[in-house]
Write a protein that binds this ligand. Structure first.
Ligand code: 4AD
Ligand code: MG
Length: 465
């Protein structure tokens, strides 16, 4: 057979009459006794190529093996299609069955539930929906790297195994090489880690921020983009135990610069999707969420609303007074639930919202303390359908204030000395934020469940594949 052409490239081609070869998986086969129409997809695009096979030219055994899911190599002539729905097709001259497909192929039937798809996540990648989602996911990763590269940020790799708890929420997965059944203990019965791999307790990181701050206060502007782990027992459509996070961190930025960056960055990513993923977005808009494209354009074209947490609470309290039924109570000091965030975004402002200046009790130790003694320079970006998509802040640059907060929260200092050194050796104002990559993909694809925008999700009780 001649050299293979990817279907995405083939469908751009109108040089009819030439010999071509495609390889891919059969989506459908239909036809009559004399002619078969085989739709093949190779993942390079959501579109299939139609292969026309005159049955008399082929061994009946081969034709029999061409069922949904089988893998084929086809050589033939590229011709202008007579049928509706495609402009080119391949008049087959040679067909090789690279792999037959067993009858229990789980993606046989159309219209299966997403829950069914998750149980078969190893094969769901071959469907239109998941193909679209994961091509878009790739493009979003490209957009992120391009954005930061074009804006003078350095891609900075922070460790995955760490001895510090950045968010201080105690949701970490421990890393150990010890036999858990024969743990060494000290005289008080506490686990002795001296003979463990690192000689102390270590975990998978919940955030690369603390190391990112070291990068930013040396290189000026950095971003991380890597896997993060949280052992929070949240079985929600917006939480994963393993997710990817993008964390820019910039020296000399205050919270306003930080908000400008977040807004510009997200809009760049959304525009990138519209510019580079048109076919996949059109499919998702048709099949998954008919308001998807409208929402993407809307976010691009409008400024995000900026207000303080305190103002946000006032709006929510007013909604409660007017009888809006929230599940969770609203009061100054409460951690906003997704329903509160979405109310502000979807019903009150009808625009993305950036909330700032949260009560210090519900935010992490590193955030810059406001003069009121009650709030910190936090910022959360809230999005329609999603709720919180970004969390960030200006950082506390003052050594003494930072130490006071660390002592109040009783954060173990033994493993923090290196972080505090940034405040001792040439401290500077700086800011940063974290974007949950899967939450961005949720927004851009219109998918409803975060488990459906990462190839192999990890959630409580689920670590298959
Ligand atoms: O708000 P978070 O916890 O902030 C941080 O980790 C900071 N250290 C970021 C920084 O300032 N550099 O998490 C940031 C974002 C959230 O807004 C959310 O989009 C996402 O990460 N996120 C999750 N995504 C999926 N599953 C989870 N369990 C997530 N937890 C947070
Ligand atoms: Mg947060």
């Amino acid at each position: 057979m001649i050299k293979r052409t990817k279907i995405a490239d083939l469908l751009q081609c109108t040089d009819y009459g030439q010999k071509v070869c495609v390889k891919g998986w059969v989506r459908t086969r239909r036809g009559s006794k004399s002619v078969n129409f085989i739709a093949i997809n190779d993942g390079s695009t959501i579109k299939n190529v139609q292969v026309v096979a005159d049955t008399e030219k082929f061994d009946p055994e081969i034709l029999k093996a061409i069922g949904t899911g089988a893998c084929l190599a086809v050589e033939g002539t590229l011709v202008e299609s007579q049928g509706a729905g495609q402009s080119q097709e391949i008049q087959a001259e040679e067909i090789q069955v690279l792999g037959t497909c067993a009858p229990d192929y789980p993606m046989q039937k159309k219209g299966q539930s997403f829950e069914y798809m998750r149980r078969n996540a190893h094969m769901r990648l071959r469907t239109n929906t998941f193909g679209a989602v994961f091509r878009i996911r790739h493009h979003m990763a490209m957009a992120i790297h391009r954005y930061f590269h074009e804006h003078g940020f350095y891609y900075f790799h922070t460790p995955i195994i760490t001895a510090s708890d950045c968010e201080g929420a105690g949701q970490m997965f421990q890393v150990t090489t010890k036999n858990l059944y024969e743990l060494k203990r000290d005289s008080q019965g506490k686990i002795d880690y001296t003979d463990d791999f690192f000689g102390k307790p270590t975990s998978l990181t919940v955030s690369g921020q603390l190391e990112g701050e070291l990068g930013a206060t040396a290189l000026g502007a950095i971003y991380t983009f890597g896997p993060t782990f949280r052992a929070e027992n949240s079985n929600t459509p917006r939480h994963l135990a393993e997710f990817w996070m993008i964390e820019p961190e910039v020296a000399f930025y205050d919270i306003n610069d930080n908000m400008d960056l977040a807004e510009d960055f997200i809009k760049y990513c959304v525009k990138w999707a519209l510019d580079n993923c048109a076919d996949d977005l059109a499919f998702l808009n048709k099949m998954i969420d008919p308001s998807l494209l409208e929402r993407l354009h809307f976010v691009l074209e409008h400024d995000f609303v900026r207000l303080t947490y305190t103002q946000g609470i006032e709006i929510l309290e007013k909604a409660v007074a007017e009888g809006h039924p929230f599940e969770f109570p609203v009061y100054w000091g409460c951690d906003l639930a997704s329903e509160h965030e979405r109310y502000l975004v979807e019903q009150h402002f009808k625009r993305p919202v950036i909330l700032t200046d949260y009560p210090k009790e519900i935010k992490a130790f590193y955030m810059k303390q406001n003069d009121d003694g009650r709030t910190v320079r936090a910022m959360d970006v809230l999005f329609p359908q999603i709720g919180e998509i970004i969390g960030g802040s200006e950082r506390e640059a003052d050594y003494d204030k930072l130490m006071t907060r660390i002592r109040e929260l009783e954060i173990p200092m033994k493993d923090m000395w290196w972080y505090l050194d940034t405040r001792r050796f040439g401290t500077c104002p700086h800011s940063g934020f974290g974007l949950g990559f899967e939450r961005l993909i949720l927004f851009v694809t219109g998918m409803q469940n975060i488990r459906d925008v990462i190839p192999f999700p990890r959630t409580p009780g689920v670590a298959d594949f």
